[in-house]
Structures are given as structure tokens and as C-alpha cells.
Design a protein around this ligand. Structure first.
Ligand SMILES: NC(=O)c1ccc[n+]([C@@H]2O[C@H](COP(=O)([O-])OP(=O)(O)OC[C@H]3O[C@@H](n4cnc5c(N)ncnc54)[C@H](OP(=O)(O)O)[C@@H]3O)[C@@H](O)[C@H]2O)c1
Length: 340
């Protein structure tokens, strides 16, 4: 790769105020430096858009996973790319890597970033390793298989049900024999949950009487709640749980845009009286079990029990739009931008 190669990067133009907007970001071009010893050049083929990265765009939001993103610096996210050049002994040209790197056409890394070699033994499109076989599909799998454990005949409620995690979680709950009830925004999306993902019922989270709509959709109460949203919605669900309910805490989309912490549910005592559990989980810490999960998810796809849905955009200039789509509920399935 010649040193004069031009990179394209999405940078943080200013800190989002609430929900991110396309003009919070800018696409810039800069020359790509030559590789140093120990470095790898990755040509990014796909960018994965993940709602959780919104919180590192706030001032002072850094933690043990990532520092707060800086104004003018490339926006961090998850990417899938191909090794274009390597001066690192562990990587060779042509390998596919999934990595926590920036939204950019090319990345140079010394491999101290979060990097995973994408296995080539699975017969599926490469981009599935960012979605149904990536962290979001894995979250649905581990959150249900290990944490919530839906049983035949139980009612499992899934929030952000048409999103990357939720679109897989609802289908897995049904595979385990539960009745799956999805929560999403808008009548059209709710209908798609039923028609395209096989949900047994759907609830519009923007409904005037949300508790009533949820109760109508869950006449036998709620045994499992797969929560990607947190906030006031969690409180509504807690009021309708059954004895022994299991709540899997996957994420908190409702809180990511808020400058101040959202108030916690006022009804946590429901957990006490129902002897219910609420358990958080982090999928990337289960990395050694990804092969098991990938095999199982692909088996279900091959058996026709699981469908993959993607919200796919094209070109680096589409990355900000794709990210904003997550917070406007415009996505259905895993949101990805193809760069190639
Ligand atoms: N624990 C883990 O290891 C792990 C790993 C990956 C992802 N996650 C979490 O899983 C969740 C889903 O992530 P994703 O990146 O795959 O996003 P996604 O589900 O594809 O998209 C986000 C969805 O959230 C809903 N939403 C947006 N703003 C909302 C608000 N203010 N209140 C309620 N709902 C809102 C929208 O759906 P509707 O408008 O249709 O409701 C949107 O489609 C996130 O919380 C993420 O952090 C956790």
C-alpha cells in the first residue's frame, strides 16, 4: 500500500446534544502514513453501528472499555476488514478481522486494540459476523440461553424488538417454546415484527396507554424480559412480571442520549415479592463460547427457524445517517454500512 494512499474518516464534529444528528459528524480525508514495525493495515469493508457507542461521545464518559471520544477525532466503533498489509508477526494479508477501531476506510493498528480474527469455516456472508454471528446475535443468544432461559409456554417480552439484538432475541425465545412479545416504535414496525420475525404479538412503545397495551399482549403476565432499553419502559414491564420472572439486562438505549442519569425504576420491590431476578451480561466476555453460539445460530438458520434481517447502507458518507437511524428507530435488523 503506497504511503500516499488517502484515508476517509468519520470524525466527531461536535458532541451530540440528546439524540445524535448527522451534522454531529463530518467525513474528512487525510493521507495514510506508512506502516511501522509491529503494525497492521486493515482495509475496512463494513462498519457496524451500535447504539452503545453513543455514550462515549459525551464529555467525561470514558471508562475501562474506551476513553471519551475527542472532538475532531475519528469516531470509534466496530468494523470488519481485510488485512491489506502487515508488519506484525501474528497477522497476514487477506485475513479478515473484526475490531474495535474507528469509522474509517483504512485503519492502522499495533494489535493492542480489540481484534478478533473472523473464522472462515462458516458458510455465510462476511457481514453476518457483525450481526447475527457477531456481538448482537451473540447477545441475543447468551442473554436468552444463559440468563433468561425462556421455557415452553412462558411469555417472553423483548424491547427494541426489531433492532439488531431484538430481531434475533424474539426468534430464539420462540425456538425455546415461549410466546414472544416484541416492543418497538410505530404500528408499521410492530406489524413487521409479527410478519417478518414471527413475534406472537407486538406492542407500540409510543402507545397512549402503554401499560394497557402490554397487558393486552401478555394476558398471562411476563416470565422473561429481555431489556435493551431500560428507563420508564423497564418500570412498566416490572409491574406485570410473574413469580420467578427472569430479566436479562442487555442494554439501556433510553439512557444513552441523556446527559443526566435516568431515574431508576420505582418498583424494584416487584423483584422481591415475585422472587424474580434481574441480571446484566456482557457478551464480549463470553468470547470463548462464540463458536458454540455461531454453530447453533447457523443451524437454526439452515433449519428455517431463524431469519437474518439487516439495515444495510453503502459508502462512508452514510455512516452518520446509519448511526442516527438507531436512535430514530428507523432500523429493522442489524445496521451496517458497506464501505467496499
Ligand atoms: N450486553 C452486551 O454485551 C451488548 C452487546 C451488544 C449490544 N448491546 C445493547 O443492545 C441494545 C441494542 O443495541 P443495537 O446496537 O443492536 O441497537 P438496535 O436494537 O439495532 O437499535 C436500537 C433500537 O432501540 C430503540 N430505541 C432507540 N431509542 C430509544 C429510546 N429512547 N427508548 C426506547 N427505545 C429506543 C429503537 O427501536 P424502536 O424505536 O423500534 O423501539 C432502535 O431500533 C443496546 O442497548 C446495546 O447497548 C449489549
Amino acid at each position: 500500500m503506497p504511503a500516499s494512499k488517502i484515508n476517509q474518516q468519520v470524525v466527531l464534529a461536535r458532541r451530540p446534544d440528546g439524540a445524535p444528528r448527522v451534522d454531529d459528524f463530518a467525513v474528512i480525508e487525510s493521507p495514510l502514513p506508512a506502516l511501522a514495525d509491529g503494525e497492521v493495515l486493515i482495509e475496512n469493508l463494513f462498519v457496524s453501528l451500535d447504539a452503545g457507542f453513543r455514550k462515549w461521545m459525551d464529555e467525561g464518559s470514558g471508562d475501562h472499555i474506551l476513553p471519551a471520544m475527542a472532538i475532531g477525532a475519528p469516531v470509534m466503533g466496530l468494523t470488519l476488514g481485510r488485512v491489506a498489509e502487515s508488519r506484525h508477526p501474528d497477522f497476514h494479508i487477506g485475513q479478515h478481522l473484526m475490531a474495535r477501531l474507528a469509522w474509517e476506510r483504512y485503519s492502522i493498528t499495533d494489535a493492542t486494540d480489540f481484534l478478533v480474527v473472523v473464522p472462515d469455516e462458516y458458510d455465510c456472508p462476511l457481514n453476518w459476523h457483525l450481526g447475527i454471528l457477531g456481538d448482537t446475535g451473540m447477545s441475543a443468544y447468551f442473554g436468552l440461553t444463559d440468563v433468561a432461559r425462556p421455557q415452553p409456554g412462558e411469555t417472553a417480552v423483548i424491547s427494541a424488538a426489531g433492532g439488531a439484538v431484538g430481531s434475533v432475541a424474539g426468534q430464539i425465545a420462540r425456538i425455546y417454546g415461549a410466546r414472544a412479545v416484541g416492543i418497538a416504535s410505530g404500528a408499521d414496525k410492530c406489524q413487521r415484527l409479527i410478519d417478518e420475525l414471527g413475534y406472537d404479538a407486538a406492542v407500540d412503545r409510543l402507545a397512549d396507554d402503554l401499560p394497557g397495551a402490554l397487558a393486552d399482549a401478555c394476558p398471562d403476565g411476563i416470565d422473561v424480559y429481555f431489556d435493551s432499553v431500560s428507563g420508564p419502559l423497564l418500570e412498566v414491564v416490572l409491574d406485570q412480571i410473574n413469580p420467578g420472572a427472569r430479566i436479562a439486562l442487555c442494554g439501556a438505549v433510553a439512557a444513552y442520549n441523556s446527559a443526566t442519569p435516568l431515574p431508576g425504576p420505582a418498583n424494584l420491590f416487584q423483584l422481591v415479592t415475585n422472587q424474580a431476578t434481574m441480571t446484566g451480561f456482557m457478551t464480549h466476555l463470553m468470547h470463548e463460547r462464540y463458536p458454540e453460539a455461531r454453530r447453533q445460530l447457523l443451524d437454526w438458520v439452515e433449519q428455517g427457524k431463524l431469519v437474518n434481517r439487516e439495515h444495510m447502507l453503502k459508502g462512508i458518507e452514510s455512516v452518520p445517517t446509519a448511526f442516527c437511524d438507531l436512535f430514530a428507530g428507523r432500523n429493522f435488523g442489524k445496521t451496517i454500512v458497506a464501505l467496499g
